[in-house]
Ligand binder design. Structure first.
Ligand code: HEC
Ligand code: HEC
Length: 332
């Protein structure tokens, strides 16, 4: 009796220690009031329409073959279903296309966190040789010649406002509207106890307990906005590239992806190496794939088959099918 009590006391103490070190954010419903807009201003309707039009327009690629939506396809969970996406010239991009739900709350972008804002991020793939391959110095005059864009930019930003800053601004404004906040999990958190199946409720408990997922996938969007090597094998050093030369601690570390609408954007991980959510949980259950620099937070979990499937059921309750209507692309 005494030792049992002591055991549970030290268990509580350990939990306290873990949570105070990591200052975990509780899971919950995303709060739109917490979105930090540039200049503290919500985008106008006109800005969002412009951004959405640009997002879906193949004019943004050098050969008019590819738009942002070619890789971030709303019908495929804003991803492309491929292990590695293909650039506009047909060559493989070095990483898997991430989904882009609820990035309005994010503070670091790309798998390795190399962009700090959505505005900055948006211009990257346009110019990237392996992606849309379109120099901004060529894109801006190309857009300036399109009457439809003269109108759309004027409505959003005033006369003669077709420039690279506004292209980035408008696309980011559209991206911040891609919000998932009414999933079965959200309804459960708001008090509808029938919104989750008993299996998913058990999965939620495991996610926060035995399976330790919440150590990194915390907060309303299931990400700590930080970088970890979780044991995916491969040569890509990810965040390590931005560390001092002799600091190898973040070699193979990537940004913790948010998990809202995660069901739709298979395959998973920065290299697309896990095909399904079940594969992902089995990957964690064995403590990763033996990357020598794996984080100490990743350990074998000893989950039972039922527990594995319950965590999958929980992630299946983080989804909300969004219908994104395609905008009309100006013909001239
Ligand atoms: C050829 C496919 C492709 C195209 C076209 C493309 N992307 Fe991406 N996108 C990717 C890949 C791959 C990554 C991850 C790259 C990395 O992290 O190094 C990415 C990352 C992102 C991210 C970061 C997501 C996160 O969680 O940090 C955003 C946002 C994004 N893209 C938006 C866009 C926008 C806007 C456009 C159009 C201007 C666009 N993408 C065009 C493939 C593509
Ligand atoms: C140590 C931090 C950490 C822990 C613990 C952790 N994750 Fe992750 N998770 C990450 C990171 C970082 C990635 C991206 C890794 C990569 O691509 O190399 C990721 C990727 C994922 C993905 C793929 C997302 C995508 O868009 O490709 C899913 C799903 C996922 N984790 C679920 C879980 C579940 C379920 C658990 C608990 C069993 C868990 N994670 C535990 C940090 C963590």
């Amino acid at each position: 009796m005494y030792t049992k009590k002591l055991g549970s006391l030290s268990f509580v103490a350990t939990l306290f220690l873990i949570s105070s070190i990591f200052a975990l954010e509780p899971l919950g419903v995303p709060d739109k009031d917490e979105i930090e807009y540039p200049d503290d201003e919500e985008p106008t309707k006109e800005e969002v329409v412009l951004g959405k039009t640009l997002f879906f327009d193949t004019r943004l690629s050098i050969n008019d073959q590819q738009s942002c939506a070619s890789c971030h396809n709303p019908e495929l969970g804003f991803s492309d279903g491929l292990e590695f996406s293909l650039g506009t010239m047909g060559e493989k991009v070095g990483r898997n296309t991430p989904q882009i739900f609820n990035l309005a709350w994010n503070v670091t972008f790309f798998w390795d966190g190399r962009a700090k804002t959505l505005e900055e991020q948006a211009l990257g793939p346009i110019e990237a040789g392996g992606e849309m391959n379109m120099p901004l110095a060529t894109l801006i005059p190309k857009l300036q010649k399109v009457k439809g864009y003269q109108k759309l930019f004027t409505a959003a930003y005033g006369e003669n406002s077709i420039n690279k800053e506004n292209v980035g601004k408008a696309i980011a404004a559209f991206e911040r509207t891609i919000v998932v906040d009414d999933t079965p999990f959200d309804r459960y958190m708001k008090g509808d106890k029938n919104a989750l199946s008993p299996d998913a409720i058990n999965g939620l408990a495991l996610f926060q307990g035995k399976a330790r997922c919440i150590q990194c996938h915390d907060g309303a969007n299931f990400t700590d906005n930080s970088f970890h090597n979780i044991g995916v094998k491969g040569d890509d050093i990810g965040r390590g590239k931005f560390m001092p030369k002799n600091d190898k601690s973040l070699d193979g570390a990537f940004k913790t992806p948010g998990l809202r609408n995660i069901l739709y954007s298979a395959p998973y991980m920065h290299d697309g190496s896990e095909g399904t959510l079940e594969d992902v949980v089995r990957f964690y259950n064995k403590g990763g794939n033996g990357n020598p620099n794996t984080s100490k937070l990743i350990v074998p979990l000893n989950l039972t088959e039922k527990e594995i499937m319950d965590i999958v059921a929980f992630m299946g309750a983080l989804n909300q099918p969004l219908v994104i209507e395609r905008p009309e692309i100006p013909k001239e």
